[in-house]
Structure formats: structure tokens, C-alpha cells
Write a protein that binds this ligand. Structure first.
Ligand SMILES: NC(=O)c1ccc[n+]([C@@H]2O[C@H](COP(=O)([O-])OP(=O)(O)OC[C@H]3O[C@@H](n4cnc5c(N)ncnc54)[C@H](O)[C@@H]3O)[C@@H](O)[C@H]2O)c1
Length: 243
């Protein structure tokens, strides 16, 4: 298949969570630029999603709200060909100081939210004969990180969800993969103390932190027919930060 054809998402419906800023916004832009009908989902959609096929204000950690949104999108002819589970939060702290809410909120959004979205998307993809799901995990879910027991646990859980989802979806033409970024230059990273940014930079083999486009490129590839025989995989986009 020609490269241009493979990355043509004309008419394809792409649900993206956490689409209002950062990595999610760059993914939304990338699919929109390639003809997709983007459904931008965010708890704070703002104005950035207005130009897409649909902007949905939704807290993905609320299972009833996710079910209602899924049903509404399906009835509006916006059943997904692609789902990008990107929404995520951090509430960092060493475990002996971590409040119960810091633990549950991070699990609720990063892991449970992705499950609720997949539970809506998969039956719709089955009916349509297939689809692609890309979950945004993190290298800190693979290697662990001081001060991030909640986040690491959620992101590691997302990898398990990805692999089991791939096994369940495979026979229906549904591929499920994960992208595992290292530190990416977003608003969040810009606010980090210089020592933490410098330590991450020093870990990279390529000598730079990632851009949101680096992550979006991997998402596009995994959602495209060029990845037709790839499922259940975790692809790191980290400049060699963790290897
Ligand atoms: N930035 C990094 O360095 C980095 C590294 C590894 C992994 N990641 C992961 O990439 C993803 C995106 O990160 P980012 O840096 O772009 O984050 P960000 O904070 O810039 O954007 C996250 C978006 O998700 C939305 N969101 C938060 N909670 C939500 C909820 N309950 N329901 C719906 N939307 C919600 C926010 O409103 C925001 O628009 C996250 O899953 C993050 O864990 C980021």
C-alpha cells in the first residue's frame, strides 16, 4: 500500500480522549489534517476542539457518562474506526504521603477511563468489522518511578488492558496497541523543576526530549493499515530514555 494511501483517514471516525491540549491535541490535529472525522473528548474541551466533527465534554472516569456519550455518538453516525485513549493525569507523591484520593483519581482516569472507553468502542468496532485502539501509556509504567506509584500502576495496568484487549479483539479485526512516551515537551513538562527535565534529558540516547508530534506519528502509524499485523504491542517513543 502506498504511504499516502495508508495515512489517508478520509471519512474515518477517530475518538481521542484528552484532546483539548498536549499530546491529545496534536493527535487530533494529525488525524484531522488527514481527513478523519475527529471526535475530540475532554473534561475541559475549551475552544480548541470546535473545528472537529464533534467536541464532547466528558469525564472519562464516569462510567455512566461514558456509556451515554458512546450511545449518542453511535446514533449520530460517529461510531469509531479508531480510539486513542490519551487522557491522563498525575498526582505525584511518595507512597507514604499519598492520599487515598490521589491514588484512586489517577487509577480512575488513566486506567478505568480507558477501560470504559474501550467497553463502548469495541462492540461498535465489532459491528463495523474492525478498528484500531491506541492507548497512551508511559515508560514510567514500564520501569517504575520514584513518587509515581499511582501513575506507574495505572500505566502498567493500561499495558495489561492493551494486551488482553488485543487477544479479545483480534478475531473481530480489532487491533489494540500502546504507545509509551518518555518525557515529552508539553505544558506539564514545562512546569517541572529544571533538575527533573535535565535528568530525563540526560537519560535519552538522542539528546532531546520528545515533541508531541513524535507521539502522534506513532499513533498514526499504529492506527493505519501499515500496522495491519501489529497488535498487543507497546512502542516506546522516548529517544532511548528507557532501554
Ligand atoms: N507529557 C509527557 O511527558 C508524557 C509522558 C508519558 C506519557 N504521557 C501521557 O500522555 C497523555 C497525554 O499527556 P499530556 O502531557 O498531553 O497531558 P495534558 O495534561 O497536557 O493533557 C491531558 C488532557 O486530558 C484531559 N483530561 C484529564 N482528565 C480527564 C478526564 N477525566 N476525562 C477527559 N479528559 C481528561 C485534560 O483536560 C487535558 O486536556 C497522558 O495519558 C500522559 O500520562 C505524557
Amino acid at each position: 500500500m502506498a504511504e499516502r494511501e495508508a495515512f489517508d483517514f478520509s471519512g474515518r471516525v477517530v475518538w481521542i480522549t484528552g484532546a483539548a491540549r498536549g499530546i491529545g491535541l496534536t493527535c487530533a490535529e494529525a488525524f484531522h489534517a488527514r481527513g478523519a472525522r475527529v471526535v475530540g473528548i475532554d473534561v475541559k474541551p475549551g475552544t480548541s476542539l470546535a473545528k472537529y466533527a464533534r467536541a464532547v465534554e466528558l469525564n472519562i472516569a464516569d462510567p455512566k457518562a461514558v456509556a451515554a456519550a458512546g450511545a449518542e455518538l453511535a446514533s449520530d453516525n460517529l461510531a469509531p474506526d479508531v480510539l486513542v485513549n490519551n487522557a491522563g493525569i498525575t498526582r505525584d507523591g511518595v507512597m507514604w504521603k499519598l492520599q487515598t484520593e490521589d491514588w484512586t483519581q489517577v487509577l480512575d482516569v488513566n486506567l478505568n477511563g480507558a477501560f470504559y472507553m474501550m467497553r463502548e468502542a469495541v462492540p461498535l468496532m465489532r459491528s463495523a468489522g474492525g478498528g484500531a485502539i491506541v492507548n497512551i501509556t508511559s515508560i514510567n509504567g514500564e520501569r517504575g518511578k520514584f513518587g509515581q506509584t499511582n501513575y506507574s500502576a495505572a500505566k502498567a495496568g493500561l499495558i495489561g488492558l492493551t494486551k488482553s484487549g488485543a487477544r479479545e479483539g483480534g478475531r473481530f479485526g480489532i487491533r489494540v496497541n500502546a504507545v509509551s512516551p518518555g518525557m515529552i515537551e508539553t505544558e506539564l513538562a514545562a512546569d517541572l523543576p529544571a533538575t527533573i527535565r535535565d535528568a530525563a534529558l540526560a537519560e535519552t540516547a538522542l539528546g532531546r526530549l520528545g515533541a508531541t508530534e513524535d507521539v502522534a506519528n506513532a499513533v498514526l502509524f499504529l492506527a493505519s493499515p501499515l500496522a495491519a499485523h501489529i497488535t498487543g504491542q507497546v512502542i516506546r517513543v522516548d529517544g532511548g530514555q528507557y532501554m
